[in-house]
Each structure stands twice: as structure tokens, then as C-alpha cells.
Ligand binder design. Sequence first.
Ligand code: HEC
Length: 147
Amino acid sequence: MGQRSGKTVRPFAVASLTALMLGASGAASGHEGASGIVLERMEAMTVMAKSVKTIKAALGNDAGAVRQAAQAIEQRAGVHMTALFPEGEHDGMSEAKPVIWTEWPEFTASAVALADAARSLAAEQTPAAFKALVSACGGCHAKFRAE
Ligand code: HEC
């Protein structure tokens, strides 16, 4: 990913540091022991989960915050997300199911559906659009992420 801009790398670096600190203090962290691209995608997912929380709190009272957080999700969805899943990359820490790579078109479609849902939410700002976004996360997890 040589073309990844400093803009996208930086939040990952900050999240890394946080994960390290959590690990060092003995707190449970799903990231502990993960490295490389597996760690990178876990952190991207974690950042998206924070954006979902931001949206939940801001929906109906801060359109700017909803738009910004929805756009942050859109920027991590689609090809940005699937690029973090090179074939067969699921080390011991990863919850990625091997079915990702045998049903790659469906996995890709789920990542694109998330981008679409985030774009709609940024524009519409409705509870229904928020629900659709959360379903886009959960729909992919149900099939492609191990419990
Ligand atoms: C295209 C499929 C897909 C979509 C869409 C998706 N995820 Fe994930 N997510 C995964 C997979 C696969 C993993 C497991 C990655 C691993 O452990 O290697 C994961 C892991 C996670 C994790 C755990 C990260 C960790 O620390 O181990 C969180 C949190 C998460 N996703 C949140 C979200 C949220 C929030 C959304 C929607 C805004 C979302 N995901 C959308 C596939 C998806």
C-alpha cells in the first residue's frame, strides 16, 4: 500500500499506540498479538465503530458531526476495506473467516454496500439511514467474521 497517504496512516498509528498501552496495562485487547495488515484492518474497524458511536449521539442534533463521521466510514469502506484483506491473511489473532476469499465477490459487495449506506446517511441523516448503516456492518460480520 505504498500509495496510502499520511492522512490515513496517522489515525492507525495513534490507534496502535492506544492498543499497545492497553496491552501493557494488562487490559483485554483484541489487538494484542496481531501485527501487519491484520492489525491495520482491526484498527480501521475500531475507528469505524467509534464513528458509529459518534453518529448515534449526533443524529438529529448535529448534522455536521453526522456527516463527518459518515464520510470517515465511507473512506474506510469499499476498496479501502477490501485492500486490507489480501488472500489468506488470517493469522492466529484474526477473526476473518476463510470464506472471505472463497466468496470474494460477495465480500467485496458487502464492503461497497457499506460505502453506499454511509454516503446515504451523510445526505439523509435519518434514523432509517443509520439503521441501514449498522446493518451493513452486521451483515458482513454475520457471514465473514468469526465470533
Ligand atoms: C465487508 C465486510 C465488513 C464490513 C462491511 C464491516 N466489517 Fe467489521 N470486520 C470484518 C471482518 C472480516 C473482521 C475481522 C477482521 C480480522 O480480525 O482480521 C471485522 C472486525 C471488526 C471489529 C473488531 C476489530 C478488532 O479489534 O478485532 C470491529 C469493532 C468492527 N469490525 C466494526 C465494524 C463496523 C462498526 C462496521 C460498519 C461501520 C464494520 N465493522 C463493517 C468485516 C466487515
